[in-house]
Design a protein around this ligand. Structure first.
Ligand code: CMC
Length: 426
């Protein structure tokens, strides 16, 4: 199939490619050559930047698939490490592959001892995301044997290192902020159990893992593992397109994720719910969200792609109740969240704009119940999303069509003009 685009009475045909599911795409690579025109799409709302086989989202139906498997099934039956394997390799592992992958990741959990000295250069009140950007970028200075991006074996080792070391790095960022000693990983524990111990354990005593907490956090990691070509993933791909090493690319992804419109929303959502405080104050905040002159937005609501309930929010809404019940926590924030969701979903403004709770709406409530400070929320998102970033980066590196990413622009600045010496400027 082709699409004809005609400009100034001159038409040309452009190939239309069909994916396995989802909208077809018009291949406009020859448009500039044919017409001297670019397309204009700020925010890339209509632009497919790559071909991918990893994750599929149908935002209208509220569907999220990883390698074809629905996120609800993965969250219910799988584990984070298994999902990481699936994202990287395309298939669920059999028992042998699973055990080998677990062994490989577990054997890479320690970080170079000298990396610990990096932390001391930060202020104790540094945001964990600031530390993560710096430390993950610095990994490229420590692991020279996995930065040759043209060697598939080195690429694979870098992937394993990143997935394995992120929990250690994130836990160290937390430990540094509370002034406690760093804990080395304990390889007999699960990926998520190990992270919990490195975060909340102390060398002076044994740390007991609560299986409900371990399961809920593992679910949170699964739900955040990948999400197609979102802002941070596109950042990782763009950084990688120039040939930058994977550690530098993931550091770029972490920087992008930090923003409150993206990963930083989980921190902002819980802060907003705490500020609202009690269900009676909700109408005031709904009114603010609807007021065009007020920049306030309901954090944890709305999504660029989902124009239906975010399937990840559904899983987390249920998990929040389970975790709080198990831990015996009665948090008015959960009541406020449920009531806010109920009111917003019956309000014309939110219905018309198709604004539903997103993944960040309930995740903060669970993380806070487990004991994480809000400043760690986005760091946990980064830990989990590293698998998606690295799977997408690997896919890009193996794509023979891959070229450096280089968007064009609609220039609206001055035309050519002559330099005026300082003394002659008014
Ligand atoms: N509260 C109130 N109004 C909203 C909200 C909200 N949370 N989100 C969007 N709108 C309105 C917005 O004002 C606009 O109205 P109008 O058409 O009258 O100007 C309309 O809905 C469309 O909004 P948009 O900003 O053009 O939509 P977008 O696709 O560019 O933005 C978003 C998506 C996620 C940035 C946005 O919904 C938002 O800022 N939400 C709050 C932050 C948040 O929860 N982010 C987490 C996203 S999920 C996790 C992740 O992927 O990182």
């Amino acid at each position: 199939m082709t699409a004809t685009i005609s400009i100034d009475g001159k038409g040309a045909d452009y190939p239309v490619h069909a994916g396995s599911i989802g909208p077809e795409v018009i291949d406009i690579r020859k448009l500039y050559g044919n017409t001297g025109r670019f397309t204009y799409d700020p925010g890339f709302t209509s632009t497919a930047s790559c071909e991918s086989k990893i994750t599929y989202i149908d935002g209208d139906q509220g569907v999220l698939l990883h390698r074809g498997y629905p996120i609800e099934q993965l969250a219910e039956h799988s584990s984070f490490l298994e999902v990481a394997y699936l994202l990287l390799n395309g298939e669920l592992p059999n028992q042998k592959e699973h055990d080998e992958f677990k062994y490989l990741i577990t054997r890479h959990t320690m970080v170079h001892e000298q990396l610990a000295t990096f932390y001391r250069g930060f202020r104790r009140d540094a945001h964990p995301m600031a530390i993560m950007c710096g430390v993950v970028g610095a990994l490229s200075a420590f692991y020279h044997d996995s930065t040759d991006i043209h060697d598939p074996k080195q690429r694979e080792i870098a992937c394993h290192r990143l997935i394995a070391k992120m929990p250690t790095i994130a836990a160290m960022a937390y430990k540094y902020s509370v002034g406690q000693p760093f804990l080395y990983p304990k390889n007999s524990l699960s990926y998520t159990g190990n992270f919990l111990r490195m975060t909340f354990g102390v060398p002076a005593e044994e740390y007991e893992i609560n299986p409900v907490v371990e399961d809920a956090l593992d679910k949170i990691f699964i739900l955040h593992a990948d999400h197609e070509q979102n802002a941070s993933t596109s950042t990782v791909r763009l950084a990688g397109s120039s040939g930058a090493n994977p550690f530098a690319c993931i550091a770029a992804g972490i920087a992008c994720l930090w923003g409150p419109a993206h990963g930083g929303a989980n921190e902002a959502a819980l802060e907003m719910l705490r500020e609202i405080g009690r269900p009676e104050r909700i109408p005031e905040y709904i009114a603010r969200a609807k007021n065009k002159d007020d920049p306030f937005r309901l954090m944890g609501f709305g999504h660029r792609v989902y124009k239906n309930y975010d399937p990840r929010a559904k899983v987390l809404g249920a998990a929040a109740t389970k975790v709080l019940d198990t831990l015996g926590i009665s948090d008015p924030v959960l009541d406020t969240a449920r009531e806010l969701e109920r009111i917003a979903l019956s309000d014309d403004y939110f219905i018309e704009k198709k604004l539903y709770p997103n993944v960040d709406f309930y995740s903060g409530i669970i993380l806070s119940a487990i004991g994480f400070p809000t400043s760690m929320f986005t760091a946990l998102f980064a830990l989990a999303r590293t698998t998606g970033w690295i799977a997408q980066w690997t896919e890009m590196m193996e794509d023979t069509d891959q070229r450096i990413g280089r968007p064009r622009q609609l220039y609206t600045g001055h035309g050519p003009r002559d330099y005026v010496p300082l003394a002659q400027r008014g």
